[in-house]
Design a binder for this molecule. Structure first.
Ligand code: GDP
Length: 471
């Protein structure tokens, strides 16, 4: 059924504009699209690496490079010019910190990529959540420099929290780059590389990553580009060739670019019902929603249902940036124009669906892992409140019932009344308002979440069960 609540005038207007937009629509680029999120501790080299990738794939013109070089020189930070490519806002440049989630694109013969540059600064974890909720591949940047690896990994360092978030929010692969291998304190030392990896492996396993299938390792210099596009010179690093040829790092590719190109994004469901969590929206002769197609294939002319409101709209156009598309498959970041929709009717955290639409609930049974707790609450009990983050949605949440806990040794306590840090808990969570969600086993990208409070990620979780459907 078509939504009949919208004014007829708006309808006519939309239809007049429609042909012009659809005539130009093109079939999307057949190359697979991947969103990359760069994560890791502040100063690990995320901006420098992503800037250099754009530079090496010739996505930055010479004039821009010269401008950035001059600018960096003026501020006595010559080596930072690559980071400037990513850090586009003035305030950030002055502080040398990447605050907003920057977006940039590059392509190879096999894939198209968007870089969502996640900031390393502690206050910006919520931005990182937004970035990672759209990411297919997390690039965890680790500084091998003496002292820096250790600082990033300690309590308070962001390496742990970012890796956990990336896993919960659903990256398919984690590429761990041991960066700054060119540093005078490192000099492409195999001992240092092995030391970093040796500490990361058990930790990433604890985050829930399947190390062999999902995690790849690689030594690089984001600054001079070694192992980014071209392999490091053998004179500089004699051991790398043997190592990648043997596949010791869960990959047999020599460079980061060839490794990214080798990633197989199977599991994308182009024939399933459409699911597009709304990241943001704006008006331009109608309301246009931004988001990543998580499943299904969206086309202009389709009827969609927006959850949680269940309102139905016609898709007036689908774009990748400026390009009108005839269809968009899973993995694409798109703009979707919804006929006659107002700004209130399409909000961040809503999900654009085709029927059968996803669920929208304010109660869920889930499994969470307690990571950290606010200083005054040493234990988690019923009544615990936090901010619930799932895909692009955020809502106030209360843990209303604990069913059982499992401690680190695997000991299960049924009917437990509280849980400690490190324990896994089966519990009920109630939300202040309904949020579009699904059980993790059906739609992983709509079934995982984090609980945050006071700037900390208290828990990560997956949805096990939703209340029975009312209809
Ligand atoms: P972010 O905070 O993770 O984005 O880190 P930046 O990209 O801003 O880099 C932080 C500092 O590390 C800057 O001074 C960079 O020049 C330096 N840096 C980044 N990558 C490398 C590298 O591969 N080698 C060396 N020697 N320094 C690097």
């Amino acid at each position: 059924a078509i939504d009949d609540s919208k004014p007829a005038a708006a309808d006519t207007k939309m239809e007049e504009e429609e042909p012009e937009e659809i005539v130009d629509a093109v079939e999307g680029d057949p190359r697979e699209h991947l969103n990359l999120v760069f994560i890791g501790h502040v100063d690990a080299g995320k901006s420098t690496l992503s800037g250099n990738i754009l530079y090496l794939t010739e996505n930055v013109d010479k004039r821009t490079i010269e401008k950035y070089e001059a600018e960096a020189k003026e501020r006595n930070r010559e080596s930072w010019f690559l980071a400037f490519i990513m850090d586009t806002n003035e305030e950030e440049r002055a502080k040398g910190k990447t605050v907003e989630v920057g977006r940039a694109k590059f392509e190879t013969d096999l894939h198209r990529y968007s870089i969502l540059d996640a900031p390393g600064h502690k206050n910006y974890v919520p931005n990182m959540i937004m970035g990672a909720s759209q990411a297919d591949v997390g690039v965890l940047v680790i500084s091998a420099r003496k002292g820096e690896f250790e600082a990033g990994f300690d309590k308070g360092g962001q390496t742990r929290e970012h890796a956990l978030l990336a896993k919960t929010l659903g990256v398919t692969y984690l590429v761990v780059v041991i960066n700054k291998m060119d540093e005078p304190t490192v000099k492409w030392s195999k001992v240092r590389y092995d030391e970093c990896i040796g500490k990361l492996r058990p930790f990433l396993k604890g985050c829930g990553f399947k190390i062999k299938k999902e995690v790849k390792f690689m030594p690089i210099s984001g600054l001079n580009g070694a192992n980014v596009k071209d392999e490091v010179a053998e004179s500089e690093c004699g051991w790398w060739k043997k190592m990648w040829q043997a596949g010791d790092n869960n990959t047999d590719k020599p460079t980061l670019m060839s490794l990214l190109d080798s990633l197989d994004m199977k599991g994308r469901m182009a024939d399933a019902p459409v699911r597009i969590p709304v990241l943001d929206r704006y008006t331009d002769r109608g309301t246009i929603a931004m988001g990543k197609v998580e499943s299904g294939t969206i086309r202009p002319g389709m009827k969609v249902t927006v959850m949680p409101t269940r309102q139905k709209f016609k898709v007036d156009g689908v774009w990748s940036e400026e390009t009108p598309l005839a269809s968009a498959r899973p993995g694409e970041n798109v703009l979707v124009k919804l006929s006659g929709a107002s700004m209130e009717e399409v909000q961040k955290g809503f999900v654009i669906c085709t029927e059968p639409a996803c669920r929208s609930v304010d109660k869920l049974i889930c499994q969470i892992m307690v990571m950290d707790l606010p200083d005054q609450a040493r234990i988690l009990t019923a009544g615990f409140t936090a901010n619930f983050h799932a895909h692009c949605a955020e809502e106030e949440a209360t843990v209303t019932k604990i069913f059982e806990t499992t401690d680190r040794k695997g000991k299960v306590t049924k009917g437990a009344r509280f849980a400690n840090i490190g324990q896994t808990v089966i519990c009920m969570i109630e939300l202040a308002r309904t949020v579009p969600l699904e059980p993790f086993d059906d739609y992983p990208f709509l079934g995982r979440f984090t609980l945050r409070t006071e700037g900390k990620t208290c828990a990560i979780g997956v949805i096990k069960k939703l209340p029975p459907k009312k209809e």
